[in-house]
Design a protein around this ligand. Structure first.
Ligand code: 9NY
Ligand code: NDP
Length: 515
C-alpha cells in the first residue's frame, strides 16, 4: 500500500493554477492514486468566453483524464470549481465559498503564476508575489490545514551559477515592492524595472524569487515547503508518455522546428538542457505534501526538481533527437523541411536570421500577395524571433542545483511509494523521452492524426523539390548576371562548356569503337 496515496484519502485539497499545464497533471495524479480523497477545490477564473463549469468539463473530458474516469467514475462530484481571480482583493471569492475553503482545506498546492517572461512588473508582482502573500494569509486562517506547498522555479536565482536549496534574499524587500506597485505609475515602473531585476533576465524570475521570500517571511506556524522545478516538459510515463498541451518552454520551439519555421537557434550545444518531465514534478510535489504534513520539518524545506546533476543531457543532443524524430514522424503542412542548426555568436545568428527566417517569410508573403491573400508569415517570423530572444538566456548557460532535500526525501519513501510516486530522474532515458515528447506534441498539442504521416512525408518531398528547383533557378539567374558583367566569368563558362563538349565527344567516340 502506498503511504502517500493513503495520506491523501479523505482529504480536502486546494489547488491554484489547476487549469494550467502542471496543475492538470497534478489533479489527474491525485484523482488516479487517491480516488477516495474528499474534494479538490480549484480556484478558476472564467476565460475566453467559457464559464467555470465549461472549463472544468473540458479538462475532465480531455485525453489526460481518461484513466481517472476508470478509477474514479464520480470525479466530477469530487472537483469543486470556485470562481476566483488571483489579481483581485480576496481573490474575488464569494463569502460562502471562502467560508467553505477556510473550514475544510487540509492541503494547499499553489501553482498559479504568470509564467510570461516579459510580463509588466506590476502584473507579475500582483500574481507571483501579492497573490502568494494573500493565499498565505488565507492559509493561516484554516484550522485544518496540514501543509502548504508552493511551486516556484529553479530559475528564481538564475543570476547565480551554483544554487543551493535555500532562499536567497533580493535586495529590496517584497513588502516594499508590493506597496510601491500600488502608487507608482506604469512609466516609472518601466523605468525602475531593469534596476530592480538586476542581473536576472526578466520579471518572471525576479518575481518568483520575491514570491519565495514572501513564503519564508509569512510562513508563521504553517507547514510550508517550496518546490523548484527547472524547465517542465511533457510527461515521461504518466498517465501516458508525451502529454503536453501548451507551447511554453521548449515545446513551442519543437513545434516551430517541426513546422520548418525555426531553422537556426542561438544556443550552446554543450550547455545542460535542464528539462524535467511534468509527471516527475507532480510526483515530487505529492511526496513533499505528504512529508511536510506528516513529518512537519522544523523549517521551510526547498526541493530542487532538476535533472542536470543526476542525469544531464545537453541542448545539442536534444536538438538532434528532435530533428531525427521529425524525419520519421513529420508534422503536417510544414512551411519548410525541419532542418535547424545551432549558432553560437551574434554575427552568425544575425546572418541566419536574415537568410533562413526573414527572407523565406518575405518571399512567401510576396507569393501570398500575388495570389490575392493576406500576408502573415513575416509577422509570425518576427514573433518567433522575439520568443527566441527571450529564451536565449536559458539555452546558453548551465547551472548547478544541489538536490540534498530531494534525495533525502527519496530515501524516506517506501519501495512502493518510490514506484508509485517516482521522481528519480536517473531512470529517464533522454532519447526515448524526447521522441515521445515530439510525438506528444504532434498528437496532444497539435491534434494531428497519425494516419496523416504518409501525406506529411509526401508534402516534405514536394518542399524538397521546390527547394532544389528554387536553388537551381537562383543559381542560373546569378550566373547569367555574372556572365553578362564579367570577362573572367565568361572565360570560366566557356572553359566548362568546351570541357563538357570534349568529354562527351570522347565518350561517344570510345563507345563507337567498342561496337
Ligand atoms: C547540433 C545540431 C542540432 C540542431 C538542432 C536544432 C533545434 C531543433 C529543435 C529545438 C528543440 C531543442 C531546443 C529547445 C530550446 C528550448 C529552450 C527553452 C528554454 C526555456 C527556459 C525556461 C526557464 C524557466 C522555466 C519556468 O520557470 S516558467 C515556464 C516557462 N515560461 C515560458 O516558457 C513562457 C515564455 N513565453 C513568453 O514569455 C511569451 O510568450 C513571449 C515569448 C514573451 C512572447 O510573447 P508575445 O509576443 O506577447 O505573444 P504570445 O501571445 O505570448 O505569443 C506570440 C507567439 O509566440 C509563440 N510562442 C510563445 N511562446 C513560444 C515558445 N516557447 N516557442 C515558440 N513559440 C512561442 C506563440 O505561438 C504565439 O504565436 P501565435 O499563436 O500568435 O501564432
Ligand atoms: N512550465 C514550466 O516550465 C515551469 C513552471 N514552473 C512553475 O509551475 C507553476 C505552474 O506553471 P505552468 O502550469 O507551466 O503554468 P501555466 O501558465 O500553464 O498555468 C498557470 C496557471 O495559473 C492560473 N492563473 C494565472 N493567472 C491567474 C489569475 N489571475 N487568477 C487565477 N488563476 C490564474 C492560470 O489560469 P488560467 O487557465 O485561467 O490562465 C493557470 O491555471 C508556476 O508557478 C510556474 O512558475 C516552474 C518551473 C518551470
Amino acid at each position: 500500500m502506498s503511504m502517500i496515496a493513503d495520506f491523501y484519502g479523505g482529504k480536502s485539497i486546494l489547488i491554484t493554477g489547476a487549469t494550467g499545464f502542471l496543475g492538470k497533471v497534478l489533479m489527474e495524479k491525485l484523482f488516479r492514486t487517491s480516488p477516495d480523497l474528499r474534494v479538490i477545490y480549484i480556484l478558476v477564473r472564467p476565460k475566453a468566453g467559457q464559464t467555470l463549469q465549461q472549463r472544468v468539463f473540458q479538462i475532465l473530458n480531455s485525453k489526460l483524464f481518461e484513466k481517472v474516469k476508470e478509477v474514479c467514475p464520480n470525479v466530477h462530484e469530487k472537483i469543486r470549481a470556485i470562481s476566483a481571480d488571483l489579481n483581485q482583493n480576496d481573490f474575488a471569492i464569494s463569502k460562502e465559498d471562502m467560508q467553505e475553503l477556510l473550514s475544510y482545506t487540509n492541503i494547499i498546492f499553489h501553482c498559479a503564476a504568470t509564467v510570461r517572461f516579459d510580463d509588466h512588473l506590476r502584473h507579475a508582482v500582483q500574481l507571483n508575489v501579492t497573490a502568494t502573500q494573500q493565499l498565505l494569509l488565507m492559509a493561516s486562517q484554516m484550522p485544518n490545514l496540514e501543509a502548504f506547498i508552493h511551486i516556484s522555479t529553479a530559475f528564481s536565482n538564475c543570476n547565480l551559477k551554483h544554487i543551493d536549496e535555500v532562499i536567497y534574499p533580493c535586495p529590496v524587500e517584497p513588502k516594499k515592492i508590493i506597496d510601491s506597485m500600488e502608487w507608482l505609475d506604469d512609466a516609472i515602473i518601466d523605468e525602475i524595472t531593469p534596476k530592480l531585476i538586476g542581473d536576472r533576465p526578466n520579471t518572471y524570475t525576479y518575481t518568483k524569487a520575491l514570491g519565495e521570500m514572501v513564503v519564508q517571511q509569512e510562513s508563521g506556524k504553517l507547514n510550508i515547503a517550496i518546490i523548484r522545478p527547472s524547465i517542465v516538459g511533457a510527461t515521461w510515463q504518466e498517465p501516458f508518455p508525451g502529454w503536453v498541451d501548451n507551447i511554453n518552454g521548449p515545446t513551442g520551439l519543437i513545434v516551430a522546428a517541426g513546422k520548418g519555421f525555426l531553422r537556426s537557434i542561438r544556443a550552446t550545444p554543450m550547455a545542460v538542457a535542464d528539462l524535467i518531465p511534468a509527471d516527475i514534478v507532480v510526483n515530487l510535489t505529492l511526496a513533499v505534501g505528504w512529508y511536510t504534513a506528516v513529518h512537519r520539518p522544523k523549517s521551510t524545506l526547498i526541493y530542487h526538481c532538476t535533472s542536470g546533476n543526476l542525469n544531464p543531457c545537453n541542448w545539442g543532443k536534444m536538438g538532434i533527437q528532435v530533428l531525427a524524430t521529425f524525419e520519421k514522424i513529420p508534422l503536417e503542412r510544414a512551411f519548410r523541411r525541419p532542418k535547424a542548426e545551432f549558432t553560437t555568436n551574434n554575427v552568425t545568428t544575425q546572418y541566419w536570421n536574415a537568410v533562413s527566417h526573414r527572407a523565406p517569410a518575405m518571399i512567401y508573403d510576396f507569393y501570398l500577395r500575388l495570389t490575392g491573400r493576406k500576408p502573415r508569415m513575416t509577422k509570425l517570423m518576427n514573433r518567433l524571433l522575439r520568443t527566441l530572444s527571450m529564451l536565449e538566456y536559458f539555452i546558453n548557460r548551465s547551472w548547478e542545483w544541489s538536490t540534498y532535500n530531494t534525495e533525502m526525501l527519496m530515501s524516506k519513501l517506501s519501495p512502493e511509494d518510490q514506484r508509485v510516486f517516482n521522481f528519480d530522474v536517473r531512470q529517464l532515458n533522454w532519447l526515448e523521452y524526447i521522441e515521445n515528447y515530439v510525438l506528444g506534441v504532434k498528437k496532444y498539442l497539435l491534434k494531428e492524426d497519425m494516419a496523416g504521416i504518409p501525406e506529411a512525408k509526401q508534402h516534405l518531398r514536394r518542399l524538397r523539390n521546390i527547394h532544389y528547383l528554387f536553388n537551381t533557378a537562383l543559381f542560373l539567374i546569378a550566373w547569367r548576371l555574372l556572365i553578362a558583367r564579367s570577362q573572367v566569368a565568361r572565360n570560366v563558362w566557356f572553359f566548362i562548356v568546351s570541357f563538357c563538349y570534349k568529354f562527351l565527344s570522347y565518350f561517344r567516340a570510345s563507345s563507337t569503337l567498342k561496337v
